[in-house]
Design a protein around this ligand. Structure first.
Ligand code: TXA
Ligand code: MG
Length: 310
């Protein structure tokens, strides 16, 4: 079933495929021309490096110049899964992948179809399979929306998590989380017994260590706003995403997650895209409490929604 896609990848083409987080736009990690196509198709700035996806932890040594004990512990604990690890790179890793940095990002995704594809194709670079600036795709339809009806996509329905992987830099200490995801800083601390930093200000920093974080991201055309604590006046051309407060009138524009934050994460980007299909002016989101922000998936939601708001 995957033959057609493997052939395309081998001949230097780009193919979208599902992971447990979002759909990725895959290209052969050994083929600089194929990788350049990924940047061209997405309209991605050349200084924003790509994650190399692998199907076996033994492949780390082809990309990383050193694999520490902490790296082994993290790989054992969280791979395959939604954790991207940044290593010091080997000299032969292509500059087009790393945007000239001396580090490389690696991830072993969990989705069975991504594993099958990677086992057949070998390592693939894969950013999220959206046009730069659009919300990441959580359905094959989203990919086709951005890149055309005929674009090759391995279709596996909706992705499970719906938000991108945690990005953790272990190339130097203290370790830094550039992007929060389903693997939390607490879970990471527990495994390695060390503190990890949250990189809060990279979006304001031109020489950001993780270049992707300085670009506006995840935002629909509709303006995304937090609902103020003083109460809600419901307007017509808006979508409301609530999770805890009582709802005056539930309807197709007032979604209530009833505390199910995994479902909220799973649906968020689809809701953003849907708001644009309906040409809504606003998406209003209920803010999260301090207590709710203990939950790693709520931290990831807070991060993505804040970026969409700013
Ligand atoms: O869940 C995911 O990670 C998805 C799926 C497809 O695996 N991929 C994804 O890729 O979200 P992308 O390119 O949309 O986001 C990768 C992030 C970017 O912010 C990029 O700047 C950062 O990882 N990154 C990649 N390589 C890096 C490096 N060597 N140093 C610092 N940041 C890096
Ligand atoms: Mg992306």
């Amino acid at each position: 079933m995957l033959d057609r896609y493997v052939n395309l990848l081998e001949s230097g083409e780009v193919v979208a495929f599902p992971t447990e987080t979002v759909y990725g736009l895959g290209a052969d990690a050994k083929n600089p021309d194929a990788i350049q196509k990924v940047f061209d198709i997405k309209g991605r700035p050349a200084d924003n490096p790509l994650i190399v996806h692998i199907s076996d932890p033994n492949q780390v040594k082809y990309f990383a110049s050193e694999i520490s004990d902490d790296a082994h512990k993290l790989m054992n604990a969280f791979w395959p899964g939604p954790l991207t690890l940044i290593f010091k790179k080997k000299p032969q890793v292509l500059d087009v992948i790393t945007a000239g940095l001396d580090t490389v990002a690696l991830r072993w995704p969990k989705h069975p179809l991504s594993q099958e594809l990677l086992a057949l194709s070998g390592p693939l670079v894969a950013p999220s399979a959206n046009s730069s600036g659009k919300p990441s795709p959580t359905k094959a339809e989203h990919v086709k929306e951005d890149f055309g009806e005929d674009f090759p996509v391995v279709d596996a329905g909706e992705t499970e998590i719906g938000l991108e992987s945690t990005v953790l830099d272990i190339s130097s200490e203290p370790y830094t989380i550039y992007r929060p995801g389903a693997v939390s800083s607490d879970a990471i601390k527990k495994i390695i017994g060390k503190d990890v930093r949250q990189d809060k200000d990279s979006s304001k920093n031109e020489t950001a260590k993780s270049p992707g974080t300085k670009y506006s991201h995840y935002a629909p055309e509709a303006k995304v706003r937090w609902i103020s604590s003083s109460g809600t006046t419901f307007v017509d051309d808006a979508l409301y995403l609530l999770h805890s407060r009582p709802v005056p009138r539930k309807n197709s524009r007032v979604i209530h997650y009833e505390g199910d934050f995994n479902n909220m994460a799973h649906e968020l980007y689809d809701r953003f895209r849907h708001a644009d299909h309906q040409q809504l002016e606003y998406v209003f989101v209920e803010p999260f409490s301090k207590e709710q922000l203990q939950n790693p998936i709520v931290q990831a939601l807070q991060n993505r929604i804040s970026k969409a708001v700013s």
